[in-house]
Design a protein around this ligand. Structure first.
Ligand SMILES: C[S@@+](CC[C@H](N)C(=O)[O-])C[C@H]1O[C@@H](n2cnc3c(N)ncnc32)[C@H](O)[C@@H]1O
Length: 242
């Protein structure tokens, strides 16, 4: 795919617009707990941690020791995380067998060399440790309310993001097997009006990559629909590999 650069504008927009409020993430909290079986002191890698939102949540929710790895200097500059390290998925700055779990939230579609990332995760994780991927996989973008206003963005995801099956197959080469896959809902915003109010194109890879006319047309559709009341509920996939 054409990959988005997490430069200054993207990092500013991401920090301002992509943190789902913690009280909308109850299902994620429960689903991750089921697969992670967290215990205090457990060492968890948050790979492609961005601005550290999940690193903060996992620290607060589970009391685990999070090491956040993030390649973008602009994202790191805005990140809050207990331990934050510069690094990339294909060359992790971490010792072999040093981690009990890995978390990748909306990262896998950014990885240019997925086999190298899988090999690195195999190296740094202890045997049997889970990799938990939270993602919008190809074929699943229509589960995101915002993207339904931008059909070109849904097509872009379908055409350029990996399918869950592809990720499973790549990781299988390094001995990972799929332990679970489930759809998890979240309350992304209190209303469509709030989505519109907080919308910054730079914060959403598929919106950044469609052309300007397609973006403008979707924005018009969103403005028309934004009088609807009720929370915005989205579904993303959790894939667990061990
Ligand atoms: C959509 S953001 C997700 C951030 C965070 N995981 C979250 O859910 O809030 C994608 C992140 O992946 C990072 N990323 C891109 N390429 C990467 C790579 N090769 N290795 C690790 N992270 C990468 C980006 O810099 C960006 O911070």
């Amino acid at each position: 795919m054409r990959r988005m650069r997490y430069d200054e504008p993207a990092a500013v927009a991401f920090r301002a617009g992509r943190h789902v409020p913690a009280d909308g993430l109850a299902h994620w909290r429960a689903a991750v707990a089921r697969h992670l079986a967290p215990r205090p002191g457990m060492a968890l890698l948050d790979l492609g941690a961005g601005t550290g939102w999940w690193a903060q949540l996992f620290t607060a929710w589970y009391g685990v020791q999070v090491v956040a790895v993030e390649p973008s200097a602009a994202m790191r500059a805005r990140a809050r995380a207990p331990r934050l390290v510069a690094g990339r998925a294909d060359a992790l700055p971490l010792a072999a067998g040093s981690l009990d779990a890995a978390w990748l939230s909306t990262v896998v579609h950014h990885l240019a060399d997925l086999p190298a990332a899988a090999a690195e995760l195999r190296r740094v994780l202890r045997p049997g440790a889970p990799v938990l991927l939270r993602s919008v996989f190809a074929g699943r973008a229509d589960q995101i309310t915002l993207l339904r206003f931008f059909p070109e963005a849904i097509r872009l995801v379908d055409d350029t993001y990996p399918q869950a099956a592809t990720v499973r197959a790549v990781f299988a080469a390094d001995g990972f097997t799929a332990a679970a896959g489930e759809a998890v809902t979240q309350v992304s915003a209190p209303s469509l009006a709030a989505v519109l109010d907080g919308l910054d194109r730079d914060a959403h890879t598929p919106l950044r990559l469609i052309d300007d006319d397609a973006y403008a047309a979707g924005l018009t559709r969103l403005r028309t629909a934004a009088t609807a009341t009720g929370p915005v509920i989205d579904t993303m996939d959790l894939l667990v590999l061990r």
